[in-house]
Design a binder for this molecule. Structure first.
Ligand code: ATP
Ligand code: ATP
Ligand code: MG
Ligand code: MG
Lengths: 227, 227
């Protein structure tokens, strides 16, 4: 499970202090599907990056499965990310010179899978997101929503214990977005967690728990029905 | 006004032909606010890039204010883009090493405005999109929705005759997105046109005309009420 304890993230720009996160406490158990909502600039991506071991807080403790993440070396963190976490970035971060299928294979390279298994799993992941006919395309030969789906496929291909998705349907039409959410619904399980940042309140309603951020603080944490 | 005449855009990848646009006829007059909708990969961004003189069709004619765009030189096209068009890209394309305000000033540099006027107008544009307190931040010091709003401010700062916006609210929460649309509504006028690609059917309903694409072809072109 995942625990944020008094987490702060501050940036110093000249004599201005930007409080991206300003004292956040949060506990997420495996088996949960959680939506994080909030205005633009409220700290959602910052929180997700900390959960994904991609950024370190200014103060406070992040414990992942009992491990104090702040005390791990960079190589230990890389190991945690590759073995436990799948991350869909708000701006995708695909390798520009690699095809869709090679982009999706990348986490499996780290996992040490042989080439044939990697190719098979990457192709299956791309089929699941509706990109069977785009596997050889590079990112600049794809539409915005197709790139987003390659990023989703890459995050799913290792079947991670924790899937962190930053606005995963932001570039998708309603129908394609709904297919992605159906796909996420299949990821339920006692040893799987999904944390999804979304502006789409309809999406947030589909989860069992909604966390609302405002100005770097938690404003709400509970069931969507009571929101 | 803007006229697409039998427009096709094909890509050749090996022995595969991708028909991004496959025979599109379209006429848009000044004074119109138009939404372009359609599934991911249906050709929306491709169409918008052609309208913005940023890409050339494989066949067919694009006439902008009577001018055959395909017959213009690159410098003539740059002149048309800078003097008549404001473009909000689906992936923003901000200068990574420049601050928000300098990014927004850039079109005014091309327009030959003196430094003080540029700064004043760029700051005003950033205030209009709610970023008064982020003017000195570089793109990597901004959230996804803040970058999107810098891209919007940059497109608006020259008060262009034709505003082309590719998913301008895709990274914005409902409230911030609505403020942007209110801002776009103020751009109405007999000599102003807005063409907005959006996945948000609520947004599409706010325009007077909806154009639906599917597989590179027009599927619908008319009033949203009858959709
Ligand atoms: N350089 C290219 N080479 C080959 N195919 C391309 C290239 N650029 C775009 N395409 C294809 O053209 C089609 C249309 O792309 P476009 O970006 O216009 O779609 P879109 O409607 O904007 O989609 P989205 O809603 O996902 O942004 C897509 O199927 C895409 O894969
Ligand atoms: N490197 C940085 N330096 C200074 N301020 C930063 C930096 N990175 C982010 N910020 C600020 O931190 C705040 C939170 O950013 P974050 O990306 O977490 O917001 P968000 O909730 O994901 O927003 P959006 O919905 O627009 O994506 C923003 O106001 C942003 O300007
Ligand atoms: Mg964000
Ligand atoms: Mg697009």
């Amino acid at each position: 499970c995942v625990e944020l304890d008094a987490i702060r993230k501050h940036y110093q720009l000249g004599d201005e202090t930007v409080r991206a996160l300003d004292g956040v406490d949060l506990l997420i158990e495996y088996g949960e599907h959680v939506a994080i909502i909030g205005p633009s600039g409220s700290g959602k991506s910052t929180m997700l990056q900390i959960l994904g071991c991609l950024d370190t807080p200014t103060s406070g403790v992040y414990r992942l499965d009992g491990l104090d993440v702040g005390k791990q070396s960079e190589s230990q963190l890389a190991e945690v990310r590759n073995s436990k976490i799948g991350f869909v970035f708000q701006q995708f971060h695909l390798l520009p010179r690699a095809s869709a299928v090679r982009n999706v294979e990348l986490p499996l390279v780290y996992a040490g899978l042989p080439a044939r298994d990697r190719r098979e799993r990457a192709e299956a992941a791309l089929e699941r997101v509706g990109l069977a006919d785009r596997m050889g395309h590079r990112p600049d030969q794809l539409s915005g929503g197709q790139r987003q789906r390659v990023a989703i496929a890459r995050a799913l291909v290792t079947d991670p214990a924790m899937l962190l998705a930053d606005e995963p349907t932001g570039n998708l039409d309603t129908k394609t977005g709904a297919e992605i959410l159906d796909l996420f619904d299949e990821l339920r399980g006692p040893d799987r967690a999904l944390v999804m940042v979304t502006h789409d309140e309809v999406l947030a309603q589909r989860t069992q728990r909604v966390i609302a951020l405002r100005d770097g603080k938690l404003e709400f944490d509970g069931s969507p029905v009571s929101h």
